[in-house]
Design a protein around this ligand. Structure first.
Ligand code: ADP
Length: 351
């Protein structure tokens, strides 16, 4: 069965065509500049039309959807209830869900009768218990505004956890894991007996680790303090926290770890400081999640930095498990979110 996996962003559509269940990648590509001035793609529909010209034979489509809120804890077949749910979550993911939805709508028009499945970034984390997902804020903000920890990168954390289970030859529901997704966006998840029980990203993907351009955890009182001192409005503050902070903000050089490594190795102090902070924050979360889990079978690294940067992995792991009787495995597992979406789409459709 040919399954097309679509990752529809605000101005781009990334796609991969898989043959399932062989998992053979038949084709992949990206269409960019959708809706931008001078672009030949006015909207997602015209972009997808080009993709589908090449990708005939599509028998099912799997869509990445960023936010499924509390309504979705697993993949779902697209119907009017699901579309309504994605629209509802657009209030908490205004940049992502509408773009994801445009891809779904375009596919419905272009591939009438072809089954479509949505796979949510948040779904894997819906097993996090209430005491870990409620913030120390007035409770009615949760009841009325759905303010709580959701967590992201769920498809990636779940994929590497499944791969670990396969490699370690142990069922996933018998494994305790800490998975570190370290790319431009970074998050870390505590997995107890195969289920996510805590994760570092929160209501938005800004919380937790220090990332390429996102600040991660900061004292919340700083936000109003900085806005006041620098005379910033909410939009400007939001941009600074998301685009001008993290490795880029600390180093004043770049969000790219490769460049920071290079600069740090020739004595650039701010680049070195950015790397030290990055590593320290990861170690702090690992320490916390070791307490959450009690026992650990494996610590897993994935994504651009996690997969490719051995020096960062080594610094993170330095002296970490010295007091453990049975040492956890340390694993590098390349993530493959698109394949996970294809697998989940195939599984749902076969049902
Ligand atoms: P995204 O979250 O945008 O998908 P990636 O997972 O590609 O990002 O991660 C980007 C980060 O990974 C960058 O900091 C980059 O320097 C680092 N990175 C990516 N590939 C390599 C590589 N081959 N060697 C070292 N670092 C890499």
């Amino acid at each position: 069965m040919k399954i097309l996996v679509i990752n529809s962003g605000s101005s781009s559509i990334k796609y991969k065509l898989f043959d399932m269940p062989s998992e053979l990648l038949v084709k992949k590509g990206v269409i960019e500049h959708i809706g931008e001035d001078g672009s030949k793609f006015k909207n997602h529909y015209s972009g997808l039309k080009i993709i589908l010209q090449e990708a005939e034979l599509v028998e099912a489509v799997g869509h990445r959807v960023v936010h499924g809120g509390e309504d979705f804890n697993k993949p779902a077949l697209v119907d009017s209830r699901v579309i309504k749910g994605i629209k509802k979550c657009a209030a908490i993911a205004p940049l992502h869900n509408p773009a994801n939805l445009s891809g779904i709508m375009a596919c419905q028009k272009l591939l009438p009768g072809v089954k479509q499945v949505v796979v949510f970034d948040t779904a894997f984390h819906q097993s996090i218990p209430e005491f870990a997902f409620i913030y120390g804020l007035p409770y009615d903000y949760y009841q009325k505004l759905r303010v709580r920890k959701y967590g992201f990168h769920g498809t990636s954390h779940e994929y590497v956890a499944e791969e670990a289970s396969r490699i370690l030859k142990k069922p996933l529901n018998k494994l305790n894991l800490i998975t570190c997704h370290l790319g431009n966006g970074c998050s870390i998840t505590a997995i107890k007996q195969g289920k996510s029980v805590d994760t570092s990203m929160g209501y938005t993907p800004l919380e937790g680790l220090v990332m390429g351009t996102r600040c991660g955890d900061v004292d919340p009182a700083l936000i109003t303090h900085i806005m006041h001192k620098k005379k910033l409005d909410t939009k400007q503050m939001d941009r600074i926290l998301n685009k001008e902070s993290g490795l880029k903000g600390i180093s004043g050089i770049s969000n790219d770890m490769r460049l920071l490594d290079e600069k740090a190795s020739v004595g650039n102090k701010r680049a070195k400081l950015a790397l030290d902070i990055f590593v320290y924050r990861i170690r702090k979360y690992i320490g916390a999640y070791l307490t959450v889990l009690g026992e650990l079978d494996a610590l897993i690294f994935t994504a651009g930095i996690g997969e490719n940067n051995a020096a960062i992995r080594e610094s993170v792991c330095q002296g970490l498990f010295t007091c453990f009787k049975k040492k956890p495995r340390i694993m590098v597992i390349p993530t493959n979110e698109e394949l996970m979406i294809a697998r989940q789409t195939y599984k749902l459709i076969k049902k």
